[in-house]
Design a protein around this ligand. Structure first.
Ligand SMILES: [Zn+2]
Length: 242
């Protein structure tokens, strides 16, 4: 699902949506990341308003995860679990729209959010996004591996869901690997780029995404059977998915 369209002013062909995943599991439908939430549209913070100036956003509440989930025929109350790659405003702004959901995130990311110093990157942590969370499930590295990556399996889910720690874009940023009927979907979050449609310049990739991109690109080349996605996919990706 595209839960937040955000287009660059320069280069203007850089048009992206925020990829949220809706996974059918034994614990009901599970969301990975939420995009912006309804309060971001009705009562945006100065930080969101700042982003509306430096980027081009349609700013359409129909893209809020709660409305997207409904458009797929689910009641928002059915979402009992939300998995976060990290806690920047464009990934967890929708949490208040799912107050019944347990939230799964790496412990290091949660602590970074709670204790965030006022550096520029941490301004993307908006405290109000977590006010209504009733239960946190926090994860730490356990020595497990997934295709050579450090990995943490989220217990109890069928199909298997794994956190793949890819720290750097934020303190506790993780990719999410999901077992599918034919193999794996590896969602790299903000540590990767949309390989097929990328128009971002190299310097931007290096500074914004953290250190993992070269390894992820190699992994994609050597594992064509595994589907890789990034959080900010080009709008073409969503058009082709529909
Ligand atoms: Zn981010």
């Amino acid at each position: 699902m595209n839960c937040f369209t955000c287009n660059a002013r320069i280069p203007s062909r850089m048009k992206t949506g925020l990829l949220s995943l809706l996974i059918d599991t034994n614990a009901g439908p599970v969301l990975v990341d939420t995009g912006l939430g309804l309060q971001d549209y009705s009562n945006p913070t100065w930080f969101t308003q700042f982003f509306r100036v430096i980027t081009v956003m349609p700013f359409d509440p129909n893209e809020a995860a709660v409305n997207m989930v409904k458009s797929f025929g689910y009641a928002p109350e059915e979402i009992q679990h939300i998995i976060l790659t990290h806690m920047h405003f464009d990934h967890c702004g929708g949490l208040p729209d799912f107050p019944q959901a347990k939230v799964h995130v790496h412990k290091r990311e949660y602590e970074s959010f709670i204790n965030s110093p006022r550096r520029f990157k941490e301004l993307a942590y908006l405290k109000r996004n977590i006010h209504h969370v009733r239960e946190w499930n926090l994860y730490e590295s356990s020595g497990e591996r997934w295709f050579g990556f450090d990995a943490i399996q989220l217990p109890g889910f069928e199909p298997q869901i794994w956190f793949i720690p890819l720290f750097g874009h934020s303190q506790g940023h993780c990719g999410v690997a999901i077992q599918t009927q034919t193999g794996w979907h590896f969602h790299c979050g903000d540590a990767g780029v949309d390989i097929e449609n990328n128009v971002a310049p190299g310097w931007l990739i290096g500074t914004a995404l953290g250190p993992h991109w070269p390894r992820l690109r190699e992994f994609a080349q050597s594992h064509p059977e595994i589907r890789l996605t990034a959080s900010h996919m080009h709008l073409h990706f969503f058009e082709n998915a529909n």
